[in-house]
Design a protein around this ligand. Structure first.
Ligand code: GLN
Length: 487
């Protein structure tokens, strides 16, 4: 019998719909796979076997149907699911069980998608390696001694090691795309406002965006279509039809499109092996019929510093609610300490070093007397970057670059150097500041490790990512991890 964990989501859904296999069998095969390999990968923080099998049974009974009915999925632990522990990778929320479903979860459940469990992540989605999780790092299935990217390393590692064909990630500065790049999978940050943020634990509200992770472009499109669309519960949700992403993935034709290579997203900081694969990818796009032009986005060099003012500023405000009173951890409540002391003891014990660094940075950037010099200035840079995108999209339909500047690095290598960690997002952050959609998909290997190609499109043109991505994938099939560590 074929190994059910090796099928794509589209193949799995078709096999279930035609009753070749039951959804319960598919769910059980993935739960067995998790039991077998996740001790080594550590992609999951919580596995909900009971809930997954119950949902699969609903699909088998005919109660739920749809293009992804019965397909298993791994959910990043920043998204709330009623009754299921949600930690955000932090001790401060350890043991907390949310009383409601995020809109994404509501839509997944209604579509018959089978949520297997919650995936590991950098604490509060702050990081690029999943090493800032309070629950220990996730390992890259391509080489267990290396990072799976971050902050959504658990989601990408889960799909790369066949523990699930689909996953949900969130991308504030690159946390879907950079893990996709270093694990050889597909990750999409939709247009900001394209997928509801209701029920996401907020990091930086003007940048946070949830999106699909998968092993193929079509699978990502199928998932995108299920989770996207207007949600009145999210005030920044866009009240417009979802771009035709599945149709575009099936079209997979880029003849006649103009592809802009962003001059500023190369050179210093980018590994030669990454640049070589990227150059080959551009040649492939040309051979597929695209017109390739070079474009300049002169302010992209300021994206990283602007992001590291805006994101920590918003985080310092969003994380104020973790105060020992409302949710999760409570430390020092012994009748001796005052309430304020309990709050500060709780926050001291519950937040990790990176989260504290961001809160301090953000609080400083927002403080009176510095607000204009830091936060205000960063917002101006954000406008200039948006202008760069608008001008570039006057010259090209989509823009391309490497998705991450390096391949997966060894665990521990950048832990003592926050700036080196931040530089992992050199290429991904501009799209977050602008709000447009962007995808990372595999474009070959360097030193035996995956390299990601990034495609960026104008806001609400998510379909273009899938059209170009699917055409590229047909020409350059995704690499298969060796998984030689498997027992
Ligand atoms: N690595 C970036 C950061 O640490 C982006 C994280 C994200 O997209 N959530 O902020």
């Amino acid at each position: 019998m074929t190994d059910l964990t090796r099928l794509s989501a589209a193949e799995t859904a078709a096999a279930i719909a035609s009753k070749d296999v039951s959804a319960v069998e598919v769910a059980q095969a993935h739960l067995d796979r998790i039991a077998k390999v996740d001790r080594q990968v550590h992609a999951f923080l919580h596995v909900d076997a009971e809930g997954a099998l119950a949902q699969a049974a609903r699909v088998d009974s005919g109660e739920l149907s749809g293009p992804l009915a019965g397909v298993p999925l791994a959910l990043k632990d920043v998204i709330v699911q009623k009754g299921i522990p949600t930690t955000v990778g932090s001790r401060i929320l350890e043991g907390w069980r949310p009383p409601y479903d995020a809109t994404i979860v509501t839509r997944l459940k209604a579509a018959g998608v089978v949520v297997l469990g919650k995936t590991n992540m950098d604490e509060f989605a702050m990081g690029s390696s999943t090493e800032h999780s309070a629950y220990g790092p996730t390992h890259n299935p391509w080489d267990l001694s290396r990072i799976p990217g971050g902050s959504g390393g658990g989601s990408s590692a889960a799909i790369a090691s066949y523990q699930a064909p689909l996953a949900i990630g969130t991308d504030t500065g690159g946390s879907i795309r950079q893990p996709a790049a270093v694990t050889g999978t597909v990750g999409v940050k939709p247009t900001y406002g394209g997928v509801s943020r209701y029920g996401l634990v907020a990091f930086s509200s003007s940048l946070d965006q949830a999106g699909p992770c998968a092993r193929t472009v079509l699978d990502a499109a199928l998932l995108h279509e299920v989770i996207a669309g207007h949600d009145p519960a999210d005030s920044t949700s866009i009240p417009a039809p979802v771009p035709p992403v599945v149709e575009a993935a099936r079209q997979a034709d880029i003849a006649g499109l103009t592809v802009g290579v962003v001059k500023e997203l190369s050179g210093e900081g980018y590994q030669p092996g990454v640049e070589a694969r990227f150059a080959e990818a551009v040649e492939t796009l040309t051979s597929l019929g695209a017109k390739v032009v070079e474009v300049s986005c002169p302010h992209f060099g300021y994206a990283l510093p602007a992001y590291y003012l805006i994101a920590p500023s918003e985080a310092s405000s969003n994380l104020a609610k973790f105060d020992s009173v409302r949710y999760g951890l409570r430390t020092g409540d012994d009748g001796v300490h005052s309430l304020e002391e309990v709050m500060s003891l709780t926050r001291a014990a519950g937040f990790g070093a990176e989260v504290k660094r961001r809160i301090i940075l953000g609080t400083y950037a927002l403080s009176s007397g510095y607000y204009d010099a830091y936060y205000g200035q960063a917002q101006k840079v954000r406008s200039l970057i948006t202008r760069d995108f608008t001008e570039a999209f006057g010259l090209a339909d989509v823009l391309v670059s490497p998705a991450a500047p390096t391949v997966a690095f060894p665990l521990g290598e950048k832990l003592s150097d926050p700036l080196a960690m931040y530089r992992q997002d050199l290429a991904t952050i501009p799209s977050n500041l602008y709000g447009g959609p962007a995808m990372s998909l595999p474009c070959g290997l360097s030193d035996g490790l995956p390299v990601g190609l990034q495609i960026m499109a104008p806001t609400m043109r998510d379909d273009l990512l899938y059209r170009v991505g699917a055409a590229f994938e047909a020409a350059v099939p995704p690499p298969v991890p060796p998984l030689d560590w498997e027992a």
